[in-house]
Design a protein around this ligand. Structure first.
Ligand SMILES: NC(=O)c1ccc[n+]([C@@H]2O[C@H](COP(=O)([O-])OP(=O)(O)OC[C@H]3O[C@@H](n4cnc5c(N)ncnc54)[C@H](O)[C@@H]3O)[C@@H](O)[C@H]2O)c1
Length: 326
């Protein structure tokens, strides 16, 4: 292919070229680095160089360059996701966000046998959405995150249906009654730990096993909480605080183990988000909600859609060097 050889540097700046050519192009453009430094970079996006690296190899004789940030780095084109606790609330909003960013299918896992009204409406909304970046199927599978065998089975079902699983979001969580810590009932403590901590591990295993099997790497995202970082005077939630703190450390530990498999693991700790979980916790104590608002720099609480951006960023190549972070 003499033409390609002669114009290799110009041609490969057009994203859309065969992967082999793009990767040769990327290597040649980093020649200015020492051999040792180059081996430390160790990353070549499948769509070729972007950013300043793309600018370096572009020539004014080439077609005008196109932005790649949203079409490539942030794009979830053809990716497949599993999101636990996605019948409603934060999990459901995140699932729709992943669809809008181009995911082929997002599997919503929740304890209820059949999905609720919010989920049904969101599925139809996603199906009818025009100009969305990808196929965008919202699927529902019943699963209790405390049931390890069922969660693994769900991972296998998704893997065999879709031939890949790239994103795992552990959003299922509960906040139950308050008890004084010195007499906190064991079974109540265990219930919250089972869902909020064990459930995150089993969700991560379900998705991570498939990521390992297909060898494409992946991104695991755990929804922890501000309550994993601090405890508030007047709130007797030793179970919830402990369960969320454990999730933060689980994320760091799994990030260290899974890095060599190109599986990234990050946690998100929202403050007060206006969902059923939060509203139930404050419905008989409006002053608590007021306190939350007062202690927030923006002087308001969040809505679940405000977490769509961060989950999309963490799920995508735009955060390709981010792991073990909170
Ligand atoms: N809302 C907030 O203010 C807030 C703040 C910080 C962190 N969080 C965390 O965000 C996550 C989502 O919370 P939300 O506010 O959307 O709550 P939510 O109650 O609206 O949604 C939680 C979902 O998890 C599901 N779920 C519960 N137990 C389950 C189980 N055993 N197996 C499978 N699914 C189960 C529920 O059915 C529900 O659909 C939770 O982990 C929560 O701790 C919420």
């Amino acid at each position: 292919m003499p033409f390609l050889n002669a114009t290799r540097l110009q041609s490969c700046s057009r994203l859309g070229q065969p992967a082999q050519l793009r990767s040769r192009c990327f290597s040649s453009s980093v020649k200015r680095l020492s051999t040792e430094s180059r081996s430390l970079i160790g990353r070549q996006p499948s769509y070729g160089p972007v950013g300043v690296e793309a600018a370096r190899i572009w020539s004014p004789n080439d077609p005008a360059p196109k932005p790649t940030l949203f079409s490539h780095e942030f794009s979830l084109a053809d990716r497949v996701a599993l999101v636990s606790g996605a019948n409603r609330g934060i999990g459901l909003d995140m699932a729709l966000g992943l669809i809008e960013a181009g995911a082929r299918a997002v599997y919503c896992i929740d304890v209820h046998k059949t999905p609720g009204d919010d989920w049904q409406k969101t599925r139809l909304y996603a199906e009818k959405m025009q100009c969305k970046a990808g196929e965008g199927r919202l699927e529902y599978l019943q699963g209790d995150v405390t049931d390890q065998a069922r969660m693994w089975e769900i991972g296998e079902t998704i893997g065999s249906r879709e031939g890949r699983l790239d994103i795992g979001v552990a959003a299922a969580g509960i906040l139950r009654d308050q008890f004084e810590c010195l007499s906190f009932p064991a079974e109540k403590f265990q219930e919250v730990m089972s869902v909020n901590t064990n459930g995150v591990l089993y969700t991560a295993q379900a998705a991570g096993q498939q990521m390992e099997k297909f060898g494409n790497g992946g991104s695991l995202i755990f929804i922890a909480s501000i309550g994993g970082h601090r405890a508030d005077k007047g709130f007797n939630y030793v179970d919830y605080y402990a369960s969320k703190s454990a999730v933060l450390q689980m994320g760091r530990s799994m990030a260290c183990e899974l890095g060599p498999k190109r599986i990234r693991v990050n946690t998100i700790s929202p403050g007060y988000v206006y969902t059923t979980l939060a509203v139930n916790a404050t419905s008989d104590r409006p002053e608590v909600l007021e306190e939350h608002v007062k202690s927030t720099p923006l002087n308001r609480v969040a809505t679940p859609d405000e977490l769509r951006g961060v989950v999309t960023w963490l799920a995508s190549d735009a955060s390709s060097f981010c792991t073990g972070s909170e």
